[in-house]
Write a new protein. Structure first.
Length: 413
């Protein structure tokens, strides 16, 4: 009996490796899968035959390049879009979006809504989230039976079990167990994710060469957040989602932050903080919601002339730089992706940021630290949620019992 169990475990592991290789490469040939996984051709043939028969994978047409070569043309294997679907929900400041995504990762249905998250009651906020999911599930083009997972992302602190929002700057409500609520309402497995963690997951899938074992995703938007990957694993705390970079203290007793404390990195680098300093308002001024359009106009003004607008971006860069420098003193420099509307103004932020990093213990290699920018966080957050959910389907439904052991993105997605 024990030999049979070991054989079943090995087969599930190999099955998961094949699915992961196809998801990573898009439409690889069996030969390419063998090179990626190290599995024998006979093993891959047997597993792929099973997966095709079950409707999980599908064969593509021989490529034109392959057909010009001698011998049998290479036939690509792809994910069958109809094998399953997942749903992503992103709740951010005054904004809610949902997307239904097929097994191949393509969006097949979506909806967006404007909300006043800062004034909504607990019941109203939960009601909006469940209602938008219910409407998508009622779409006649969606087979409800195929929806295998819901992943909801929010800015703020979530618990390590991915079940609840503990605190968020976008709402005064706390401790909402969104995952439990959605599961009870719809009978579909659900998770509650930190939005910056999902940005990190997406970056790993988009560019695994740059974003591999150690890297950082920083949100530069209404708030400042961080997704941190160390040694290939997404960093989370003991009790919460971890990585609250924006609420590290930059100046004790300094400017008022949305979290209610003073002197946080966010109180100098968040959109509302840059706006507050550009308008030469006092540090006690309550944070306000600043539109993306207003932030783009502010950046344009800062580029045109020296003045309070440019100084506001310098202060933002300084706060971010000292924070990153302190972090790099602990973990060594790593690639950084700056994401969000203020990432489009990184040219105004970077000089002061690099100068600040150079003054810290983590700045000894400051010139080698590289930054990428992405001005829109929503696609990354949604993509991260989708990959999180699809990987769950890969490992727990189509190759159960091997979570955390298959695929190059195993620890992140």
């Amino acid at each position: 009996m024990s030999v049979g169990i070991r054989h079943d475990d090995l087969r599930r592991r190999n099955r998961a490796m094949v699915i992961a290789a196809v998801r990573r490469a898009g439409r690889p040939s069996r030969t390419e899968i063998a090179a990626t996984t190290g599995l024998s051709h006979s093993t891959i043939s047997a597993i792929s035959s099973d997966l095709i028969g079950e409707g999980i994978l599908a064969e593509g047409k021989p490529s034109e390049v392959g057909s010009l070569k001698r011998g049998r043309p290479q036939v690509g294997l792809g994910l069958n879009p109809e094998a399953a679907t997942v749903m992503t929900v992103v709740l951010s400041l005054n904004f809610l979006s949902v997307a239904v995504i097929d097994y191949a990762g393509q969006v097949i249905s979506e909806e967006q809504r404007r909300l006043d998250t800062l004034t909504m009651s607990r019941e109203a906020l939960i009601g909006e989230c469940t209602a938008i999911v219910r409407r998508r599930l009622a779409d006649p083009d969606i087979d409800v039976r195929s929806v295998a997972r819901i992943a909801l992302a929010i800015q703020g602190i979530t618990d390590t079990e991915a079940r609840a929002m503990l605190w968020s700057p976008i709402t005064p409500q706390t401790d909402i167990a969104f995952a439990d609520i959605l599961e009870a309402e719809f009978g579909i497995p659900a998770t509650m994710e930190n939005d910056c963690n999902m940005m990190a997951v997406a970056l790993r899938w988009r560019d695994p060469e740059r974003y591999r074992d150690d890297f950082i995703a920083i949100l530069l938007s209404h708030g400042i957040g961080m997704g941190l990957v160390l040694k290939g694993e997404l960093f989370t705390g003991t009790h919460s989602s971890g990585g609250e970079f924006g609420h590290m203290i930059h100046r004790p007793g300094g400017a008022l932050c949305r979290c209610g404390r003073r002197g946080c990195v966010e109180a100098y680098a968040g959109n509302y903080a840059i706006w507050r300093n550009a308008r030469q308002l006092g540090e006690d001024t309550e944070p306000v919601d600043v539109s993306d359009a207003d932030m783009r106009t502010l950046a344009a003004t800062a580029r045109e002339r020296a003045g309070p607008e440019r100084e506001a971006y310098r202060k933002a860069g300084e706060a971010l730089g000292y924070g990153l420098g302190s972090l790099f003193a602990l973990i060594d420099p790593a690639p950084v992706a700056m994401v969000g509307v203020s990432a489009a103004a990184f040219d105004l932020i970077e000089p002061a940021l690099r100068e600040a990093i150079a003054q810290t213990a983590g700045g000894q290699h400051s010139k080698s630290i590289s930054f990428d920018t992405e001005p829109n966080e929503l696609p990354l957050i949604r993509e991260g949620c989708a990959m999180r959910a699809l990987t769950f389907v890969d490992q727990e439904i189509f190759a159960p019992g091997v979570q955390g052991r298959a695929g190059s993105g195993k620890n992140v997605a």
